[in-house]
Design a protein around this ligand. Structure first.
Ligand code: PMP
Length: 392
């Protein structure tokens, strides 16, 4: 007999797994075949660059030259010329003063929030921010005020009543679930008025929004603002892997000295760094790709709405469709997959309002025939899932 009376971790795991299964919330890891012919509307490869030969070729060449891994943290042996080049190019492309490359967008968000705030400081965060920003606010041990979605007056009120505390406002530029845009100019004005910093996660804006895909922060005229700090992922429109922070030189220098996810993490792999650099070059040479991705998103949304589905209005490459329940969303996504159309399925806890959705990502390289097939499959299977709000 066991000497202890406390609950077993493993029994607790089994109970939780059962409850998730009952609520239709079990998740499963499914390897993607290299030669799949499915129509992909679930990845974040907005510009179709993840398999572009110029990008994959640069990654392979960098691996051969520098090695498969970066071999250490950025402050020891893990920095190579390619990182410096990528930092210069990212800052230059997005119009920022300075940049710092991290091993992922997640690490960049944790690094910025913990380095710029802490116990006794205030963070005012939009209700719909990405999980990595939420985790950053928790890790920072700052006092967190969760403001209503895109509610600028509430943000301003929280800033004006914060007393003597240092304050950050945190938002996504394009919210990952519905693809809607944050009121960046208004938030920046509130921050300026209240002597606070605005942290913007432009993960879904880079490569899609603004002139040539320079991102939502650039489009809002805030790229060189002294009180705005932008975080990026290299894993969506750039088709690579990694993350970055853009901002004033003094912020970047502060991160080099104090951001724990920069200091204690292994530097970004040479292949990913080179891939991101090559993708940025393609983006400069082919500046119409972002508009194509956006156009495909708008076309998809328009046609799906026309079929009676509850569809978001895309301002970036993300289109989401509401499902009646978590189970219905799962069954719907599976039915699409059975017909060769892969869509994302967002269920709690990945949806801030608990409404489950199918989430589609548009890509610049989708053809008219692809869009037509997607609309047909999603709307036909949606009818069986009970997601169509009005018959056609
Ligand atoms: N921020 C947002 C808004 C994201 O969607 C993601 C990726 N899911 C991240 C940050 C994390 O980026 P990465 O995948 O590079 O860690």
């Amino acid at each position: 007999m066991s000497a202890h009376t406390g609950e077993s971790v493993f029994d607790w795991i089994d109970t939780r797994a059962e409850a998730r299964a009952k609520a239709g919330l079990s998740r499963r890891v499914r390897p993607r075949p290299a030669d799949s012919t499915d129509l992909d509307l679930a990845s974040n490869d907005y510009l179709g660059l993840a398999r572009d030969k110029r990008v994959t070729g640069a990654a392979a060449a960098a691996s051969l030259r520098w090695g498969a891994g970066s071999t250490g943290s950025r402050l020891v042996t893990g920095s190579i010329e390619l990182h410096t080049e990528l930092e210069y190019e990212l800052a230059n492309f997005c119009g920022a003063q300075s940049a710092l490359v991290f091993s992922s967008g997640y690490a960049a968000n944790l690094g910025v929030l913990t380095a710029l705030s802490g116990p006794g400081t205030a963070i005012v965060a939009d209700q719909h921010i990405h999980a990595s920003l939420i985790d950053g606010t928790r890790l920072s041990k700052a006092d967190v005020v969760v403001a209503g979605h895109c509610d600028v007056p509430q943000v301003a009120r929280a800033l004006s009543t914060r007393g003597k505390r240092r304050a950050l406002v945190v938002t996504d530029s394009v919210f990952s679930v519905d693809g809607d845009l944050a009121p960046l100019a208004e938030l920046a004005a509130a921050c300026r008025e209240h002597d606070s910093a605005l942290i913007v996660d432009d993960a879904h804006g880079l490569g899609v929004i603004g002139e040539g895909g320079r991102g939502a922060v650039h489009a809002a005229g805030l790229a060189k603002s002294p009180d705005v700090v932008t975080t990026l992922t290299l894993s969506k429109s750039l088709g690579a892997q990694g993350g970055a922070v853009l901002g004033p030189g003094r912020v970047i220098r502060h991160l080099v000295d104090t951001a724990r996810t920069f200091i204690f993490d292994t530097g970004l792999a040479p292949s990913s760094t080179a891939a991101a650099l090559a993708a940025l070059k393609v983006l400069r040479e082919e500046p119409d790709r972002p508009a194509r991705a956006l156009g495909v998103a708008q076309d998809l949304a328009f046609r799906l709405k026309d079929r009676g589905l509850r569809v978001s209005t895309p301002t970036a490459a993300v289109v989401s469709i509401q499902a009646p329940s978590a189970e219905a969303a799962f069954g719907w996504a599976e039915a699409c997959r059975a017909q060769g159309v892969v869509v994302g399925c967002f269920r709690p806890p990945s949806v801030p309002d608990q409404v489950s959705r199918l989430r589609l990502t548009a890509r610049a390289d989708l053809t008219e025939a692809d869009v037509e097939r997607a609309v047909r499959v999603i709307s036909e299977t949606g009818a069986s899932a009970g997601a169509v709000s009005r018959p056609r």
